[in-house]
Write a protein that binds this ligand. Structure first.
Ligand code: FAD
Ligand code: PYC
Length: 418
Protein backbone atom coordinates (compact mmCIF):
# COMPACT_ATOMS: atom_id res chain seq x y z
CA UNK A 1 0.00 0.00 0.00
CA UNK A 2 1.54 3.32 -1.11
CA UNK A 3 1.68 5.95 1.64
CA UNK A 4 -0.57 8.95 1.04
CA UNK A 5 1.01 12.31 0.28
CA UNK A 6 -0.21 14.95 2.72
CA UNK A 7 0.95 17.95 4.68
CA UNK A 8 1.57 15.57 7.61
CA UNK A 9 3.77 13.34 5.42
CA UNK A 10 5.83 16.38 4.39
CA UNK A 11 6.23 17.41 8.05
CA UNK A 12 7.11 13.85 9.08
CA UNK A 13 9.73 13.51 6.34
CA UNK A 14 11.18 16.93 7.11
CA UNK A 15 11.80 15.69 10.67
CA UNK A 16 13.69 12.60 9.47
CA UNK A 17 15.77 14.11 6.64
CA UNK A 18 13.46 12.80 3.91
CA UNK A 19 14.63 9.23 4.41
CA UNK A 20 11.15 7.71 4.39
CA UNK A 21 9.81 8.59 0.92
CA UNK A 22 9.11 5.49 -1.11
CA UNK A 23 9.27 4.97 -4.86
CA UNK A 24 6.20 6.40 -6.56
CA UNK A 25 5.70 3.34 -8.80
CA UNK A 26 7.11 -0.15 -9.09
CA UNK A 27 9.31 -1.28 -12.01
CA UNK A 28 8.39 -4.96 -12.35
CA UNK A 29 9.47 -7.53 -14.94
CA UNK A 30 6.64 -8.28 -17.37
CA UNK A 31 4.28 -11.17 -16.62
CA UNK A 32 3.55 -13.77 -19.33
CA UNK A 33 -0.04 -12.55 -19.86
CA UNK A 34 -2.36 -9.61 -19.11
CA UNK A 35 -6.03 -8.91 -19.70
CA UNK A 36 -5.10 -5.61 -21.32
CA UNK A 37 -1.77 -4.38 -22.71
CA UNK A 38 -1.43 -0.67 -23.42
CA UNK A 39 1.37 0.41 -25.74
CA UNK A 40 2.73 3.84 -24.79
CA UNK A 41 3.13 5.33 -21.31
CA UNK A 42 2.30 8.88 -22.28
CA UNK A 43 -0.55 10.69 -20.56
CA UNK A 44 -3.22 9.07 -22.73
CA UNK A 45 -1.95 5.52 -22.20
CA UNK A 46 -1.59 6.01 -18.46
CA UNK A 47 -5.00 7.67 -18.12
CA UNK A 48 -6.60 4.82 -20.09
CA UNK A 49 -5.07 2.35 -17.63
CA UNK A 50 -6.14 4.42 -14.63
CA UNK A 51 -9.80 4.62 -15.66
CA UNK A 52 -9.83 0.92 -16.66
CA UNK A 53 -9.01 0.23 -13.02
CA UNK A 54 -11.04 2.97 -11.42
CA UNK A 55 -14.22 2.81 -13.52
CA UNK A 56 -14.26 -0.86 -14.60
CA UNK A 57 -12.20 -2.75 -12.00
CA UNK A 58 -9.80 -4.09 -14.67
CA UNK A 59 -6.33 -4.09 -13.12
CA UNK A 60 -4.49 -6.97 -14.78
CA UNK A 61 -2.99 -4.37 -17.09
CA UNK A 62 0.52 -3.68 -18.44
CA UNK A 63 1.61 -0.34 -19.86
CA UNK A 64 4.62 -0.82 -22.14
CA UNK A 65 6.88 2.13 -22.88
CA UNK A 66 9.86 2.06 -25.21
CA UNK A 67 11.57 4.99 -23.46
CA UNK A 68 10.64 6.47 -20.10
CA UNK A 69 7.13 7.29 -19.01
CA UNK A 70 6.00 10.75 -20.01
CA UNK A 71 9.08 11.11 -22.24
CA UNK A 72 7.05 11.58 -25.43
CA UNK A 73 4.81 14.55 -26.18
CA UNK A 74 3.33 14.41 -22.68
CA UNK A 75 6.57 15.73 -21.19
CA UNK A 76 7.26 18.09 -24.09
CA UNK A 77 4.18 20.27 -24.42
CA UNK A 78 3.33 23.79 -23.35
CA UNK A 79 0.60 22.52 -20.97
CA UNK A 80 -2.33 24.64 -22.21
CA UNK A 81 -5.72 23.34 -21.04
CA UNK A 82 -8.95 24.63 -22.56
CA UNK A 83 -12.17 23.27 -24.06
CA UNK A 84 -13.24 26.13 -26.36
CA UNK A 85 -13.77 23.94 -29.43
CA UNK A 86 -16.40 24.52 -32.09
CA UNK A 87 -17.93 21.12 -32.80
CA UNK A 88 -20.19 19.41 -30.24
CA UNK A 89 -18.26 16.10 -29.98
CA UNK A 90 -15.01 18.00 -29.38
CA UNK A 91 -16.52 20.35 -26.79
CA UNK A 92 -17.95 17.30 -24.99
CA UNK A 93 -14.68 15.39 -24.65
CA UNK A 94 -12.44 18.43 -24.02
CA UNK A 95 -14.83 19.85 -21.41
CA UNK A 96 -15.09 16.48 -19.68
CA UNK A 97 -11.31 16.52 -19.62
CA UNK A 98 -11.04 20.08 -18.31
CA UNK A 99 -13.49 19.29 -15.55
CA UNK A 100 -11.47 16.20 -14.57
CA UNK A 101 -8.36 18.42 -14.35
CA UNK A 102 -10.14 20.52 -11.73
CA UNK A 103 -10.10 17.63 -9.23
CA UNK A 104 -7.17 15.61 -10.56
CA UNK A 105 -4.76 16.43 -7.73
CA UNK A 106 -7.26 15.24 -5.11
CA UNK A 107 -8.32 12.25 -7.19
CA UNK A 108 -4.74 11.03 -7.73
CA UNK A 109 -3.37 12.29 -4.38
CA UNK A 110 -0.66 13.96 -6.47
CA UNK A 111 -0.24 17.68 -6.98
CA UNK A 112 -0.49 18.24 -10.74
CA UNK A 113 -0.39 22.00 -10.18
CA UNK A 114 -3.55 22.67 -12.18
CA UNK A 115 -3.72 26.43 -12.56
CA UNK A 116 -7.04 27.67 -14.02
CA UNK A 117 -5.57 31.08 -14.76
CA UNK A 118 -7.62 31.66 -17.92
CA UNK A 119 -6.80 31.22 -21.60
CA UNK A 120 -7.36 33.83 -24.30
CA UNK A 121 -7.16 33.29 -28.03
CA UNK A 122 -6.52 36.66 -29.63
CA UNK A 123 -8.54 37.84 -32.61
CA UNK A 124 -6.21 39.90 -34.79
CA UNK A 125 -8.19 39.89 -38.03
CA UNK A 126 -11.87 40.50 -38.80
CA UNK A 127 -12.09 36.89 -39.89
CA UNK A 128 -10.96 35.74 -36.44
CA UNK A 129 -13.43 38.10 -34.75
CA UNK A 130 -16.27 36.42 -36.64
CA UNK A 131 -14.84 32.95 -36.03
CA UNK A 132 -14.38 33.40 -32.28
CA UNK A 133 -17.78 35.04 -31.83
CA UNK A 134 -19.25 31.97 -33.49
CA UNK A 135 -17.27 29.67 -31.18
CA UNK A 136 -18.44 31.63 -28.13
CA UNK A 137 -22.07 31.13 -29.23
CA UNK A 138 -21.47 27.42 -29.86
CA UNK A 139 -19.79 27.06 -26.46
CA UNK A 140 -22.77 28.70 -24.77
CA UNK A 141 -25.03 26.05 -26.28
CA UNK A 142 -22.59 23.30 -25.28
CA UNK A 143 -22.36 24.48 -21.67
CA UNK A 144 -18.71 25.50 -22.01
CA UNK A 145 -17.99 28.80 -20.25
CA UNK A 146 -16.32 31.17 -22.73
CA UNK A 147 -16.96 34.71 -23.91
CA UNK A 148 -15.81 37.04 -26.65
CA UNK A 149 -14.11 40.04 -25.03
CA UNK A 150 -13.04 43.39 -26.48
CA UNK A 151 -9.50 44.82 -26.69
CA UNK A 152 -9.82 46.88 -23.49
CA UNK A 153 -10.63 43.77 -21.46
CA UNK A 154 -7.73 41.94 -23.16
CA UNK A 155 -5.37 44.70 -22.04
CA UNK A 156 -6.82 44.60 -18.53
CA UNK A 157 -6.27 40.86 -18.25
CA UNK A 158 -2.83 40.94 -19.84
CA UNK A 159 -1.20 44.39 -19.57
CA UNK A 160 1.98 43.37 -21.45
CA UNK A 161 0.06 42.91 -24.72
CA UNK A 162 0.64 45.64 -27.30
CA UNK A 163 -2.94 46.23 -28.46
CA UNK A 164 -2.14 48.47 -31.45
CA UNK A 165 0.34 46.10 -33.09
CA UNK A 166 2.21 47.33 -36.18
CA UNK A 167 0.62 44.77 -38.48
CA UNK A 168 -2.10 43.06 -36.45
CA UNK A 169 -3.91 45.10 -33.80
CA UNK A 170 -5.75 43.09 -31.15
CA UNK A 171 -9.46 43.28 -31.97
CA UNK A 172 -10.69 41.07 -29.15
CA UNK A 173 -10.29 37.55 -27.85
CA UNK A 174 -12.07 34.32 -27.07
CA UNK A 175 -11.67 34.10 -23.29
CA UNK A 176 -12.07 30.92 -21.24
CA UNK A 177 -11.67 31.89 -17.58
CA UNK A 178 -11.42 28.28 -16.31
CA UNK A 179 -8.80 27.26 -18.88
CA UNK A 180 -5.19 27.23 -17.76
CA UNK A 181 -2.17 25.00 -17.32
CA UNK A 182 -0.94 22.02 -15.27
CA UNK A 183 2.48 20.50 -14.67
CA UNK A 184 2.83 17.98 -17.52
CA UNK A 185 5.30 15.57 -15.84
CA UNK A 186 3.16 15.52 -12.72
CA UNK A 187 0.14 14.42 -14.74
CA UNK A 188 2.09 11.42 -16.07
CA UNK A 189 3.68 10.69 -12.68
CA UNK A 190 0.38 11.01 -10.80
CA UNK A 191 -1.38 8.56 -13.11
CA UNK A 192 1.63 6.20 -13.02
CA UNK A 193 1.64 6.15 -9.23
CA UNK A 194 -2.10 5.52 -9.07
CA UNK A 195 -1.90 2.72 -11.69
CA UNK A 196 1.00 1.06 -9.88
CA UNK A 197 -0.93 1.30 -6.62
CA UNK A 198 -3.82 -0.59 -8.28
CA UNK A 199 -1.39 -3.40 -9.16
CA UNK A 200 -0.82 -2.53 -12.80
CA UNK A 201 2.66 -3.04 -14.30
CA UNK A 202 4.40 -0.08 -15.93
CA UNK A 203 7.29 -1.48 -17.95
CA UNK A 204 9.74 1.11 -19.26
CA UNK A 205 12.54 0.51 -21.79
CA UNK A 206 10.19 -2.03 -23.40
CA UNK A 207 9.53 -1.44 -27.08
CA UNK A 208 6.77 -3.33 -28.86
CA UNK A 209 8.38 -4.82 -31.97
CA UNK A 210 5.65 -7.18 -33.26
CA UNK A 211 1.92 -7.77 -32.76
CA UNK A 212 0.53 -11.32 -32.87
CA UNK A 213 -2.89 -12.48 -33.98
CA UNK A 214 -4.49 -15.89 -33.76
CA UNK A 215 -7.76 -17.79 -34.13
CA UNK A 216 -10.14 -17.92 -37.05
CA UNK A 217 -10.90 -14.19 -36.87
CA UNK A 218 -7.25 -13.12 -36.41
CA UNK A 219 -7.90 -11.41 -33.06
CA UNK A 220 -4.93 -10.04 -31.15
CA UNK A 221 -3.12 -12.58 -28.95
CA UNK A 222 0.00 -10.77 -27.78
CA UNK A 223 3.09 -8.73 -28.57
CA UNK A 224 6.83 -9.22 -28.93
CA UNK A 225 8.88 -6.68 -27.01
CA UNK A 226 12.49 -5.92 -26.26
CA UNK A 227 11.76 -7.58 -22.88
CA UNK A 228 10.23 -10.75 -24.35
CA UNK A 229 6.86 -12.11 -25.42
CA UNK A 230 3.69 -10.88 -23.65
CA UNK A 231 0.26 -12.39 -24.28
CA UNK A 232 -2.93 -10.33 -23.90
CA UNK A 233 -6.68 -10.48 -24.50
CA UNK A 234 -6.93 -6.83 -25.55
CA UNK A 235 -4.41 -4.34 -26.89
CA UNK A 236 -4.68 -0.56 -26.81
CA UNK A 237 -2.25 1.37 -29.03
CA UNK A 238 -1.62 4.87 -27.64
CA UNK A 239 1.67 5.98 -29.20
CA UNK A 240 0.95 9.44 -30.70
CA UNK A 241 3.55 10.13 -33.45
CA UNK A 242 4.38 6.42 -33.84
CA UNK A 243 0.81 5.28 -34.49
CA UNK A 244 1.47 4.50 -38.15
CA UNK A 245 4.39 2.20 -37.35
CA UNK A 246 2.81 0.35 -34.42
CA UNK A 247 -0.52 -0.19 -36.23
CA UNK A 248 1.56 -1.35 -39.20
CA UNK A 249 2.82 -4.19 -36.96
CA UNK A 250 -0.79 -5.40 -36.71
CA UNK A 251 -1.26 -5.16 -40.45
CA UNK A 252 -3.45 -2.10 -40.93
CA UNK A 253 -2.84 1.50 -42.02
CA UNK A 254 -3.95 4.63 -40.18
CA UNK A 255 -5.15 7.97 -41.67
CA UNK A 256 -2.46 9.88 -39.82
CA UNK A 257 0.86 11.63 -40.35
CA UNK A 258 3.68 12.62 -38.00
CA UNK A 259 5.32 16.06 -37.78
CA UNK A 260 7.67 17.80 -35.39
CA UNK A 261 6.19 20.54 -33.20
CA UNK A 262 8.51 22.60 -31.07
CA UNK A 263 8.55 24.94 -28.13
CA UNK A 264 11.07 26.98 -26.16
CA UNK A 265 11.46 28.81 -22.87
CA UNK A 266 13.17 32.07 -22.06
CA UNK A 267 15.39 32.81 -19.12
CA UNK A 268 13.27 33.34 -15.97
CA UNK A 269 11.95 36.84 -15.27
CA UNK A 270 9.72 38.36 -12.61
CA UNK A 271 5.98 37.59 -12.84
CA UNK A 272 4.52 39.67 -15.68
CA UNK A 273 1.69 37.61 -17.11
CA UNK A 274 -0.88 35.53 -15.22
CA UNK A 275 -3.01 34.28 -18.13
CA UNK A 276 -2.27 32.08 -21.15
CA UNK A 277 -2.32 33.86 -24.51
CA UNK A 278 -2.60 32.22 -27.90
CA UNK A 279 -2.00 34.52 -30.88
CA UNK A 280 -2.85 32.42 -33.87
CA UNK A 281 -2.55 35.06 -36.59
CA UNK A 282 1.00 36.13 -35.84
CA UNK A 283 1.39 32.58 -34.77
CA UNK A 284 2.70 31.91 -31.32
CA UNK A 285 1.42 31.29 -27.83
CA UNK A 286 2.87 32.22 -24.51
CA UNK A 287 2.44 31.78 -20.77
CA UNK A 288 4.71 32.24 -17.78
CA UNK A 289 5.84 29.23 -15.78
CA UNK A 290 6.00 29.16 -11.99
CA UNK A 291 9.79 29.46 -12.34
CA UNK A 292 9.35 32.68 -14.31
CA UNK A 293 10.30 31.38 -17.75
CA UNK A 294 8.19 32.57 -20.67
CA UNK A 295 6.90 29.34 -22.27
CA UNK A 296 6.59 29.86 -26.01
CA UNK A 297 5.34 27.60 -28.76
CA UNK A 298 5.06 27.84 -32.51
CA UNK A 299 3.66 25.79 -35.37
CA UNK A 300 4.45 22.40 -36.81
CA UNK A 301 7.30 21.94 -39.27
CA UNK A 302 6.11 21.92 -42.86
CA UNK A 303 7.07 18.30 -43.54
CA UNK A 304 6.76 14.84 -42.02
CA UNK A 305 9.61 13.81 -39.74
CA UNK A 306 10.44 11.92 -36.57
CA UNK A 307 13.04 14.21 -35.04
CA UNK A 308 12.23 15.39 -31.53
CA UNK A 309 13.93 18.69 -32.32
CA UNK A 310 12.19 21.02 -34.75
CA UNK A 311 13.97 23.35 -37.11
CA UNK A 312 15.75 26.58 -36.25
CA UNK A 313 13.86 28.86 -38.65
CA UNK A 314 10.66 28.09 -36.72
CA UNK A 315 12.12 29.52 -33.51
CA UNK A 316 13.07 32.65 -35.38
CA UNK A 317 9.63 33.02 -36.98
CA UNK A 318 7.72 32.35 -33.77
CA UNK A 319 9.74 34.75 -31.68
CA UNK A 320 9.70 37.47 -34.36
CA UNK A 321 5.92 37.17 -34.60
CA UNK A 322 5.32 37.22 -30.86
CA UNK A 323 7.49 40.29 -30.38
CA UNK A 324 4.93 42.27 -32.39
CA UNK A 325 2.30 41.47 -29.77
CA UNK A 326 4.62 41.31 -26.75
CA UNK A 327 7.45 43.83 -27.29
CA UNK A 328 8.52 43.18 -23.67
CA UNK A 329 10.11 39.85 -24.68
CA UNK A 330 12.37 41.29 -27.38
CA UNK A 331 15.55 41.21 -25.29
CA UNK A 332 15.00 37.96 -23.45
CA UNK A 333 17.45 35.12 -23.96
CA UNK A 334 16.27 31.67 -24.97
CA UNK A 335 17.11 29.10 -22.29
CA UNK A 336 16.24 25.86 -24.07
CA UNK A 337 14.25 24.48 -27.00
CA UNK A 338 12.81 21.04 -27.76
CA UNK A 339 10.40 19.25 -30.04
CA UNK A 340 7.89 16.41 -30.06
CA UNK A 341 6.40 14.27 -32.81
CA UNK A 342 2.73 15.06 -33.15
CA UNK A 343 0.14 12.79 -34.74
CA UNK A 344 -2.07 14.67 -37.17
CA UNK A 345 -5.34 13.56 -38.76
CA UNK A 346 -6.94 15.24 -41.77
CA UNK A 347 -9.68 16.94 -39.74
CA UNK A 348 -7.36 17.73 -36.78
CA UNK A 349 -9.55 15.69 -34.44
CA UNK A 350 -8.49 12.56 -32.57
CA UNK A 351 -9.24 8.92 -33.26
CA UNK A 352 -10.60 6.72 -30.44
CA UNK A 353 -11.63 3.60 -32.21
CA UNK A 354 -11.96 -0.08 -32.76
CA UNK A 355 -9.68 -1.24 -35.57
CA UNK A 356 -9.84 -3.85 -38.34
CA UNK A 357 -8.27 -6.32 -35.89
CA UNK A 358 -10.59 -7.66 -33.19
CA UNK A 359 -9.62 -6.52 -29.69
CA UNK A 360 -7.10 -3.96 -30.88
CA UNK A 361 -8.12 -0.40 -30.06
CA UNK A 362 -6.38 2.80 -31.06
CA UNK A 363 -6.19 6.24 -29.46
CA UNK A 364 -4.27 8.83 -31.46
CA UNK A 365 -4.54 11.97 -33.55
CA UNK A 366 -4.45 14.40 -30.63
CA UNK A 367 -1.81 16.23 -32.66
CA UNK A 368 -0.80 19.58 -31.29
CA UNK A 369 -3.53 19.68 -28.64
CA UNK A 370 -3.81 16.48 -26.62
CA UNK A 371 -2.32 17.42 -23.26
CA UNK A 372 -5.56 19.11 -22.27
CA UNK A 373 -7.44 15.95 -23.31
CA UNK A 374 -5.54 13.39 -21.24
CA UNK A 375 -8.14 12.65 -18.52
CA UNK A 376 -11.16 12.84 -20.83
CA UNK A 377 -9.50 10.67 -23.44
CA UNK A 378 -8.45 8.11 -20.82
CA UNK A 379 -12.00 8.08 -19.45
CA UNK A 380 -13.54 7.49 -22.90
CA UNK A 381 -10.87 5.03 -24.05
CA UNK A 382 -11.21 2.89 -20.90
CA UNK A 383 -14.93 2.50 -21.66
CA UNK A 384 -14.17 1.50 -25.25
CA UNK A 385 -11.55 -1.08 -24.20
CA UNK A 386 -13.59 -2.47 -21.29
CA UNK A 387 -16.90 -2.83 -23.16
CA UNK A 388 -15.54 -3.37 -26.68
CA UNK A 389 -17.88 -0.59 -27.88
CA UNK A 390 -17.48 3.20 -27.59
CA UNK A 391 -19.58 5.27 -25.20
CA UNK A 392 -21.06 8.66 -26.10
CA UNK A 393 -17.77 10.56 -25.69
CA UNK A 394 -15.69 8.30 -27.98
CA UNK A 395 -18.29 7.24 -30.56
CA UNK A 396 -18.00 10.27 -32.90
CA UNK A 397 -14.20 9.82 -33.06
CA UNK A 398 -14.15 6.37 -34.67
CA UNK A 399 -11.87 6.05 -37.67
CA UNK A 400 -14.79 5.16 -39.98
CA UNK A 401 -15.47 8.87 -40.19
CA UNK A 402 -12.74 9.28 -42.81
CA UNK A 403 -14.37 6.65 -45.02
CA UNK A 404 -17.84 8.05 -44.41
CA UNK A 405 -16.89 11.72 -44.90
CA UNK A 406 -18.12 12.54 -41.38
CA UNK A 407 -15.29 14.90 -40.47
CA UNK A 408 -15.06 16.79 -37.17
CA UNK A 409 -13.23 19.81 -38.51
CA UNK A 410 -11.26 21.54 -35.76
CA UNK A 411 -8.42 23.03 -37.78
CA UNK A 412 -9.17 26.50 -36.39
CA UNK A 413 -9.77 25.46 -32.77
CA UNK A 414 -6.50 23.52 -32.80
CA UNK A 415 -4.87 26.89 -32.34
CA UNK A 416 -1.63 25.82 -33.99
CA UNK A 417 -1.12 26.26 -37.70
CA UNK A 418 -0.50 23.06 -39.60
P1 FAD B 1 3.01 10.64 -25.93
O1 FAD B 1 3.15 11.40 -24.68
O2 FAD B 1 3.92 10.99 -27.06
O3 FAD B 1 3.17 9.11 -25.54
C1 FAD B 1 3.30 8.08 -26.50
C2 FAD B 1 4.35 7.12 -25.97
O4 FAD B 1 4.40 5.97 -26.80
C3 FAD B 1 5.76 7.73 -25.99
O5 FAD B 1 6.25 7.83 -24.66
C4 FAD B 1 6.55 6.77 -26.85
O6 FAD B 1 7.87 6.55 -26.41
C5 FAD B 1 5.72 5.48 -26.76
N1 FAD B 1 5.94 4.55 -27.85
C6 FAD B 1 6.00 4.83 -29.19
N2 FAD B 1 6.23 3.70 -29.90
C7 FAD B 1 6.31 2.67 -28.98
C8 FAD B 1 6.54 1.27 -29.09
N3 FAD B 1 6.73 0.66 -30.28
N4 FAD B 1 6.57 0.54 -27.95
C9 FAD B 1 6.37 1.11 -26.73
N5 FAD B 1 6.16 2.45 -26.57
C10 FAD B 1 6.11 3.22 -27.69
N6 FAD B 1 -1.38 19.88 -26.12
C11 FAD B 1 -2.16 20.69 -25.37
O7 FAD B 1 -3.28 20.33 -25.04
N7 FAD B 1 -1.72 21.91 -24.97
C12 FAD B 1 -0.50 22.38 -25.33
O8 FAD B 1 -0.12 23.49 -24.92
C13 FAD B 1 0.31 21.57 -26.13
N8 FAD B 1 1.53 22.02 -26.54
C14 FAD B 1 2.36 21.20 -27.23
C15 FAD B 1 3.65 21.66 -27.53
C16 FAD B 1 4.56 20.82 -28.14
C17 FAD B 1 5.94 21.31 -28.44
C18 FAD B 1 4.17 19.47 -28.46
C19 FAD B 1 5.15 18.52 -29.10
C20 FAD B 1 2.88 19.02 -28.20
C21 FAD B 1 1.96 19.89 -27.58
N9 FAD B 1 0.67 19.48 -27.24
C22 FAD B 1 -0.15 20.28 -26.51
C23 FAD B 1 0.18 18.14 -27.66
C24 FAD B 1 0.31 17.09 -26.55
O9 FAD B 1 1.60 17.12 -26.00
C25 FAD B 1 0.03 15.69 -27.09
O10 FAD B 1 -1.17 15.66 -27.84
C26 FAD B 1 -0.12 14.67 -25.96
O11 FAD B 1 0.90 14.80 -25.02
C27 FAD B 1 -0.10 13.26 -26.54
O12 FAD B 1 -0.02 12.35 -25.48
P2 FAD B 1 0.12 10.82 -25.80
O13 FAD B 1 0.05 10.09 -24.52
O14 FAD B 1 -0.87 10.45 -26.86
O15 FAD B 1 1.53 10.70 -26.51
O1 PYC C 1 -4.08 23.02 -28.15
O2 PYC C 1 -4.16 24.74 -26.82
C1 PYC C 1 -3.55 23.97 -27.59
C2 PYC C 1 -2.14 24.20 -27.83
C3 PYC C 1 -1.45 25.25 -27.42
C4 PYC C 1 -0.18 25.05 -27.87
C5 PYC C 1 -0.11 23.89 -28.53
N1 PYC C 1 -1.34 23.37 -28.49
Amino acid sequence: MTKRYSVFAIAREAMRHHQGWERAWRSPAPKAKYDVVIVGAGGHGLATAYYLGKNFGITNVAILEKGWLGGGNTGRNTTIIRSNYLQDPSAAIYEKSRSLYETMSQDLNYNVMFSPRGVMMLAQTEHEVRGYRRTAHANALQGVETQFIGPERVKELCPIIHIEGPRYPVLGALWQPRGGTARHDAVAWGYARACSEMGMDIIQQCEVTAIHRSGADGAVSGVSTTKGEIACDKLSIVVAGHTGQVCGLAGFRMPIEAMPLQALVSEPIKPCMDVVVMANTVHGYMSQSDKGEMVIGGGTDGYNAFTQRGSFHHIEETVRALIETFPIISRLKMLRQWGGIVDMTGDRSPILSKTPVRNIFVNCGWGTGGFKAIPGSGWAMAELVAKGEPGALAAPFSMDRFREGRFIDESVAAGVAH
